[in-house]
Design a binder for this molecule. Structure first.
Ligand SMILES: NC(=O)c1ccc[n+]([C@@H]2O[C@H](COP(=O)([O-])OP(=O)(O)OC[C@H]3O[C@@H](n4cnc5c(N)ncnc54)[C@H](O)[C@@H]3O)[C@@H](O)[C@H]2O)c1
Ligand SMILES: N[C@H](CO)Cc1c[nH]c[nH+]1
Ligand SMILES: [Zn+2]
Length: 430
């Protein structure tokens, strides 16, 4: 983890740039995968699983027997943990339901919005380096609360052509049963175009690696939407000398272990504290099973020493991290100054792992600086808001002349006429 001290503002943009290790010809490769799936459907999905996951997949759809078997393969302790997490995630997302008010903009003119569920949604659950069954909760729960009619789940098969029991158990626990053994860009293609077995959806959700993220970017045509760019995990910690160096080290490593392309950042006003954290990172790394992955991520990561915590916050707003931890005195006060971040964790005991799994907030969040303009997944992601209006005769009399004048000025006389003939009728009837 390289160290930077008091960088000038002109260097900030360069420092904030995320490391990218795009596969050679990433876009061409993904375009080929998308085309192959469009042309050959299920056959392409099976060929690509063999090529990229080394998996022989006989049946793409997970059978009822496989779902049933998963119930015996998951420990009772994990089942309890999943139900506690689900309860918290459900409470937090249920509270996001808005009742929109009817607004009378002028006498006789009422406008309002209604949230209507997106009917067909596709959930991508990452499974390359670790099967993230927690992502099933993060996407499945808001989809169910929103009332999406068809929920289709895709996740990569392991080398034996199976899906990990925890993923199947969690999906079934929520009542999601359309589960397909396919990952990577080919899964996104299947959800976007449909195949003989995988249904086409209207919106695709979920995080993933560079192949998944590029495929999501490319399929956004013909009415297909995506949630957000949710790539390699990242965390930025702002810590002062009152923080606990072991806690901070554990938070940095928790995101570094996601993948070699993850980035973790430590900002502080104390060089002594940064040194303490680095020693703690080395010590904790020694006992981590995924130490090799985390060590690679640390090579792309950095710490910065600033003169004040205020400057750290300013830099963080420029960096726009997926996750931000405030391990500082008066953390709440500084939290109010956050402009750009996916999810913020306040104080020494708000570890990011809690948000990853169980506190209730969503862990599908914008990365790579997209927290400047995107929100993480929420209930809103699964609905569209339809506007309604009801204009009475009185309302049209009130607004009519305004519309006629504006339409005339744009020289759209058919628009003007749609008002004029109604006004004339009202006049004639008087
Ligand atoms: N931002 C978020 O909200 C968030 C949440 C969870 C996880 N993540 C991130 O998601 C990512 C998950 O990545 P992952 O790789 O573990 O799982 P993944 O499921 O995203 O990708 C695995 C798939 O990639 C495909 N693939 C692998 N190598 C390929 C190649 N050379 N060419 C074409 N396709 C190839 C395979 O088909 C495989 O099934 C991690 O970077 C993690 O940090 C982000
Ligand atoms: N930290 C990830 C989001 O970047 C989410 C996750 C799932 N499992 C563990 N962590
Ligand atoms: Zn995580």
């Amino acid at each position: 983890m390289k160290n930077i001290t008091n960088p000038t503002i002109s260097d900030w943009a360069k420092i904030c740039k995320r490391p990218v290790f795009p596969a050679e010809d990433l876009e061409d490769k993904v375009k080929n995968i998308l085309e192959l799936v469009q042309q050959k459907g299920d056959t392409a999905l099976k060929e690509l699983s063999l090529k990229f996951d080394k998996a022989v997949v006989e049946e793409l759809k997970v059978s009822e027997a496989e779902i049933e078997a998963s119930k015996k393969q998951v420990s009772e302790e994990l089942k309890v943990a999943i139900s506690v997490a689900a309860k918290n995630i459900r409470s937090f997302h249920e509270a996001q339901q808005l009742t929109e008010t009817i607004v009378e903009t002028m006498p006789g003119i009422q406008c309002w919005r209604k949230s209507v569920a997106i009917e067909n949604v596709g959930l991508y659950i990452p499974g390359g380096s670790a099967p993230l069954f927690s992502t099933v909760l993060m996407l499945g729960i808001p989809a169910l609360i929103a009332g999406c009619k068809q929920i289709v789940l895709c996740t990569p098969p392991d080398k034996d052509g199976n899906i990990k029991p925890a993923v199947l158990y969690t999906a079934n626990f929520l009542g999601i049963t359309q589960i397909f053994k396919v990952g990577g860009a080919q899964a996104i293609a299947a959800l976007a175009y449909g195949t003989e077995t995988v249904p086409k959806v209207d919106k695709i959700f979920g995080p993933g690696n560079q192949f998944v993220t590029k495929a999501k970017e490319l399929v956004q045509k013909n009415g297909i939407a995506i949630d957000l760019p949710a790539g390699p995990s990242e965390v930025l910690v702002i810590a002062d000398s009152t923080a606990d160096a072991d806690f901070v080290a554990s938070d940095l490593l928790s995101q570094a272990e996601h993948g070699p392309d993850s980035q973790v950042v430590l900002l502080s006003d104390s060089s002594e504290f940064v040194e303490k954290v680095k020693l703690a990172v080395d010590e904790q790394l020694r006992v981590l099973p995924r130490a090799d992955i985390a060590a690679k991520a640390l090579e792309n990561s950095f710490s910065v020493i600033f003169n004040s915590i205020g400057e750290c916050v300013e830099f963080s707003n420029r960096y726009a991290p997926e996750h931000l931890i405030l391990a500082i005195e008066n953390a709440q006060e500084f939290a109010d100054k956050i402009q750009n971040a996916g999810s913020v964790f306040i104080g020494n005991y708000s570890c990011e792992s809690a948000g990853d799994y169980a506190s209730g907030s969503n862990h599908t969040l914008p990365t790579n600086g997209y927290a400047r303009s995107y929100s993480g997944v929420s209930l809103d992601s699964f609905v569209k808001k339809i506007t309604f209006q009801n204009i009475s005769r009185l309302g049209l009399q009130n607004i009519g002349r305004t519309v006629e004048v504006m339409a005339g000025a744009e020289q759209l006389l058919a628009h003007r006429n749609a008002v004029s003939i109604r006004l004339k009728k009202i006049q004639d009837e008087k």
